[in-house]
Design a protein around this ligand. Structure first.
Ligand code: NAX
Length: 326
């Protein structure tokens, strides 16, 4: 049998992890033949709750789950990790300013970046889910100077999946038949779900649907507001679908995306007018354990306007945490 893969997960007592951990242990990330070890991090006051989740993991008798470590020490959690899901973060409390939220999380990701730098395997794959996910990932990478920046990513896959379903329904095509969809920018209401290149069965979705007003005034804002709609309906934020998106993100990065575009938050190289160094949602193609950014797209005026909005927001976030970038 192969050597077990070590998967670090932060925020293990939280609601996303209550869906995520069971799917990792079932084999949904690495596949049905790969044993895994879970290395679970949460705050000291959440340790008892994490142990409760571990009891439930045990009660599933997952054949692939060979060990589970529970800790409040990031260095222990990230030790020799092959993959890491950064789900835990500080939620906004009552009366907290956006700037305070940014800096509270920046401090968490600074500490965890140093631990990642010290303890994880150099080829570990990292995805940041905890909000503000893009900027947290940027801080994490900046504080892990000996760890490859390319291996630190943020999650925008939930938004990608949300857009896929809405486009498929409107076009009357199967979700799996859509390719070349992109979700650009920040995982926030400024994100840009972009159908310009999207196709199904060789035809542009914009031609099949043929309703630019629906695209601009319904699809784009509905994808951006979907998280709020779920909170209103469920009384809690998206959890199972967020866990599923994190699994999709990591699974495709490891196993490939079959030539298809998927959206990932990655370190900007300056392409497509995105300022270098921002962690930015872009279309990529995953192959052989890595991802390649889709390059050479040219944008129309509408796209440029949408890109400018989400770039400006991420630059503001970068400004707010500048002191903690390294
Ligand atoms: P919960 O509040 O249920 O769980 C968060 C867990 O993180 C708690 O157990 C808490 O103790 C732990 N935690 C806090 N600070 C920590 C630290 N420094 N180290 C380790 N653990 C720490 O939140 P949940 O619903 O699970 O959501 C987790 C995060 O995902 C939130 O930041 C949320 O905003 C974000 N989301 C991101 C999404 C994305 O697409 N990128 C979508 C879903 C979700 O909203």
């Amino acid at each position: 049998t192969p050597t077990p893969k070590r998967i670090a997960v932060t925020g293990a007592a939280g609601q996303i992890c209550y869906a995520l951990l069971f799917r990792i242990a079932k084999g949904d990330v690495y596949g049905p033949d790969q044993p895994v070890i879970l290395q679970l991090l949460d705050l000291p006051q959440a340790q008892a709750a994490v142990r409760g989740v571990v009891m439930e993991l045990e009660d599933c008798a997952f054949p692939l789950l060979v060990d589970t470590i529970v800790t409040d020490d990031p260095t222990v959690a990230f030790r020799d990790a092959d993959a890491a899901f950064f789900v835990g973060s500080r939620p906004r409390s009552k009366g907290m300013e956006r700037r305070d939220l940014l800096s509270a999380n920046a401090e968490i990701f600074r500490v965890q970046g140093r631990a990642l730098n010290e303890a994880a395997k150099r080829d570990a794959k990292v995805v940041v889910v905890g909000n503000p996910a893009n900027t947290n990932a940027m801080i994490l990478a900046a504080n892990a100077p000996d760890f490859p920046t390319e291996n630190v990513t943020s999650m925008i896959r939930l938004d990608h999946n949300r857009a896929l379903t809405q486009l498929a329904a409107r076009a009357g095509v199967a979700v799996g038949d859509i390719d070349r969809l992109a979700v650009w920018g920040n995982h926030s209401p400024t994100m840009f779900a972009d159908w310009t290149e999207a196709v199904s069965g060789g035809r542009l979705l914009s031609e099949i649907i043929d309703d630019e007003t629906w695209y601009r005034e319904t699809l784009i804002p509905d994808v951006a507001r979907r998280g709020t709609a779920i909170i209103e309906a469920r009384g809690a934020s998206s959890a199972a679908s967020a866990a599923n998106a994190a699994i999709d993100h990591m699974h495709d990065w490891i196993h490939g995306s079959d030539g298809k575009w998927v959206s990932m938050g990655v370190h900007s190289t300056g392409a497509h007018g995105i300022p270098e160094g921002l962690m930015f949602g872009v279309p990529v193609v995953c192959k052989d354990g890595s991802y390649e950014r889709v390059e050479g797209l040219s944008f129309n005026e509408f796209q440029n306007g949408m890109m400018a909005r989400t770039i400006a927001e991420l630059e503001e976030e970068r400004e707010a945490v500048a002191a903690l970038l390294g």
